[in-house]
Design a protein around this ligand. Structure first.
Ligand code: FAD
Length: 370
């Protein structure tokens, strides 16, 4: 256990701070910048810097750097509010899934464009009738020769309207238990038969989309991993999604603004800042443990619950500091209103507490009603 940063890590952080400031000066400062802020130009700049796929093996074109380097860079980009949504899920999740479960052909076809910041991906998991209960999904991919034909609907798909590919979690078999028969297929978003409709959320943002599939033909070469046996792959992917620094820092940029404005002569305000800073540091330690691969299997559920509930406490602090001014519709109001999303996206806190109880702590499961 070594808590001090090395000279190289400090230099990387200083460099990331500079790049973050430049991106913000060019493309604006954004709340929830990994989730809701999109700039393809920023992605290409950061790709040229070598910071997309920076931890992936050099054999697939990645940077081969330690995971802690990615944490340092991400922390600085998110803290500044730089728009990183164009590459975030591909870097965090889709690339690692393709590296772990994909074919050499898929690695060669998809990874270089992600690394260069030229390809945006979205995640097609949730459906109108299947969010928490992922095994209940009904979007179907029927195998016909060397193709799949996809029919169904996804919802809450972030950036589907901008994405080049959707990483689709779908059903390729209906017999057997619900979690069996699930597959992961990469579908180009310009395939005939795909219709995307944006959904305006409470903050007037439109990263959410509905995606409709009507007889969409996809090459069977785009199947990632085991046909009909991808549930475990998807669970692994969710581990990438839940234990990262993004889940702690979504509103950090807005918090920094609130700190500048807070009345620190008030002891109650100082007390609240002290509590939030403690929470931030505890969350960061949990994330660092995940990043170093030292957390117990499944523990990312707890990390995500802790960190996103911290983000909601931060949002309440921001609301109190800005008071009535927070009601004016600007980035402050938007940031406050967005906060309920933190404990929903990537699995709700209720579900993650179940995961923690059942899979990590080994507590008995609630008997199903017959
Ligand atoms: C900002 C944001 C971005 C998102 N981006 C994406 C994306 O890109 N791709 C994608 O596929 N999805 C995305 N989602 C969807 C997200 O994954 C789902 O909203 C989430 O998994 C919950 O599913 P649901 O909305 O269907 O709610 P439901 O599953 O219907 O749950 C409703 C309520 O019931 C509770 N509940 C349900 N089952 C249980 C249980 N067994 N025990 C206790 N409580 C339970 C839940 O905690 C919740 O409070 C996004 C969501 C948000 C908010």
């Amino acid at each position: 256990m070594e808590f001090a940063w090395t000279d190289d890590q400090l230099a990387l952080r200083a460099q990331a701070k500079e790049v973050a400031a430049r991106l913000v000066a060019t493309y604006g400062r954004h709340n929830d910048s990994w989730m809701a802020a999109y700039s393809r130009e920023a992605a290409i700049e950061v790709g040229a810097q070598g910071w997309i796929g920076m931890t992936w093996p050099t054999a697939v074109g990645g940077g081969g750097r330690p995971a802690i380097d990615r944490l340092i860079v991400s922390e600085e980009l998110i803290a500044a509010g730089a728009p990183i949504g164009a590459w975030w899920v591909a870097d965090r999740q889709m690339g690692p899934a393709i590296i772990a479960y994909g074919t050499d052909d898929q690695r060669a076809r998809f990874l270089p464009e992600i690394i260069a910041g030229r390809s945006t991906w979205c995640i097609g998991m949730s459906e109108p009738g299947a969010g928490s209960d992922l095994a209940g999904l009904t979007t179907r991919a029927e195998r016909t020769g060397d193709e799949f034909v996809v029919n169904g609907q996804k919802i809450w798909t972030s950036f589907a309207a901008k994405a080049d590919f959707i990483y689709l979690i779908c059903r390729t078999r209906s017999v057997g238990p619900p979690h069996a028969g699930i597959s992961e297929i990469i579908v180009p978003m310009d395939s005939p038969g795909i219709e995307v409709r944006t959904i305006a959320d409470l903050t007037r943002g439109e990263h959410f989309c509905e995606v409709f599939f009507d007889d969409v033909h996809v090459s069977a070469a785009n199947l990632v991993g085991t046909e009909g046996g991808a549930f475990a792959q998807t669970m692994r992917q969710l581990e990438h999604e839940r234990g990262g620094i993004d889940r702690l820092m979504s509103n950090r940029a807005l918090y920094e603004l609130a700190l500048e404005r807070a009345d620190t002569t008030d002891p109650l305000v100082r007390d609240e800042i002290g509590r939030l800073e403690c929470g931030y540091r505890i969350g960061r330690l949990l994330v660092i443990r995940e990043t170093l691969g030292q957390a117990p299997t499944g523990f990312s559920a707890a990390t995500k619950v802790y960190c996103t509930e911290h983000e909601q406490r931060v949002a309440r602090f921001i609301a109190r500091v800005f008071g009535a001014d927070g009601l004016l519709w600007d980035q402050t109001g938007q940031g406050i209103v967005y906060a309920p999303a933190y404990t929903i996206m990537g699995g709700t806190s209720n579900i993650l507490r179940n995961v923690l109880g059942e899979r990590v702590l080994g507590l008995p499961r609630e008997p199903r009603a017959s």
